[in-house]
Write a protein that binds this ligand. Structure first.
Ligand code: NAD
Ligand code: 89Y
Length: 340
């Protein structure tokens, strides 16, 4: 049984605490939040008595094998480096860090301890997306040459996460990061990216629309497009829609979790809706299930002494795509990932 501690008992941590409570091989033994009301609410809801207002104090007391950092990005570097000083495995929420330099320093700090740093990059663990990754890797449509990875919504994310309305950066850093990661999981690492961004919602500071063209090292071209300014019915939040063309067929993940594979003269459509866990709430159940799945993956990887899929070294490449997309949009040019 792995013992864990969680830092940051806010909006999203609730899902992480539910996920941990369901996992037989891990237990959260301590929680931390600098906000006393949030600390008390989470402790009471999940029956966790060991509560700390200060992370350093919690680490000093010890008694856990890993820490799950569920705070917003500004605190990630300090907390990950603290975890490294105390020699525990780490899961850190996305976005990895405020800058690529911070993310690299965090990666090095944990690597020097021999422990694992995994970024909580959960969208590639959504069961519908996972099904497509497996089909593609299994050669169901031959060799892919084109992909579209699309997330377009008008859902109000600002009421639950008000900080999303106030940052200089919004959709690429917050949501596009997941969609770029799905593209990497499907088509591999990226050589070049070209991006445009715009802001439609006048009530927020950052961009809420981004359109990105990725040239993957293996030869695939993918379009990754994200919007929180798209008003249409049915509202598809938080589904990622996929269009993939391969040498032997096509694969489509359409709205409503409908997966169509056409290959060898046959067409098959399946409903790949995610299960709704007992604590989950639509429309978030898709994301909530992926939290449980990535936590299971983390525990299995640690137990087997393997690196998890979204370990720091891997996630640096997704984070570099975020930085490269902003640079491309700002300078109006294609950015090679080797520049960063
Ligand atoms: P939030 O602001 O609601 O919660 C963060 C909590 O951390 C707050 O309660 C705050 O008091 C606490 N905190 C901050 N710094 C601290 C510190 N140094 N020590 C102790 N407590 C501290 O934020 P949220 O909406 O829950 O988002 C948290 C992270 O989760 C963000 O990085 C966000 O991008 C990410 N997120 C991920 C997903 C996903 O699907 N992976 C979904 C939503 C949010
Ligand atoms: O913060 C974001 C995330 O990671 O998934 C969806 C979200 O909650 C809002 O864009």
């Amino acid at each position: 049984m792995l013992k864990g501690a969680l830092i940051g008992c806010g909006f999203f941590a609730r899902n992480q605490l539910h996920g941990w409570a369901d996992l037989p091989d891990a237990e959260i033994v301590a929680i931390c939040d600098s906000d006393p009301a949030r600390l008390a609410e989470a402790g009471d809801a999940f029956g966790i008595d060991r509560r700390h207002a200060d992370a350093e104090e919690m680490f000093a007391k010890g008694g856990f094998d890993f820490v799950d950092i569920a705070t917003t990005v500004g605190s990630h570097r300090a907390l990950v480096e603290m975890a490294a000083r105390h020699g525990v495995h780490v899961i850190c929420q996305k976005p990895f860090a405020p800058t690529l330099a911070d993310a690299r320093a965090m990666t090095d700090a944990v690597a020097a301890t021999g422990k694992v740093l995994m970024i909580h990059e959960n969208f590639r663990w959504q069961s519908a997306v996972r099904r497509v990754i497996e089909l593609l890797r299994g050669g169901a449509i031959g060799t892919p040459f084109f992909g579209r990875v699309s997330f377009r919504s008008g859902y109000d994310v600002f009421s639950g996460q008000p900080y999303l309305a106030t940052g200089e950066r919004f959709i690429i850093e917050d949501l596009g990061i997941h969609i770029l990661d799905i593209s990497r999981a499907l088509f591999g690492d990226v050589a070049r990216i070209t991006a445009t961004t715009t802001r439609i919602n006048p009530a927020i500071k950052g961009e809420d629309v981004a359109t990105m063209l990725l040239a993957h090292e293996g030869g695939v071209t993918s379009v990754v497009d994200c919007s929180y300014a798209t008003r249409r019915q049915p509202e598809t939040f938080p589904e990622t829609l996929l269009e993939i063309d391969g040498t032997d067929g096509t694969l489509r993940l359409d709205a409503g979790y409908r997966l169509t594979v056409q290959a060898g003269g046959e067409s098959r459509t399946d409903d790949v809706s995610p299960p709704r866990l007992p604590w989950a709430e639509a429309p978030w159940h898709n994301i909530q299930e992926s939290v449980a799945l990535i936590q299971k993956h983390f525990v299995e990887a640690i137990t087997a002494g393997r690196a998890p899929e979204t370990e720091a070294a891997d996630n640096l490449k997704t984070f570099a795509l975020v930085e490269a997309a902003y640079l491309s949009a700002k300078e109006g040019r294609t950015v090679a990932l080797s520049e960063l």
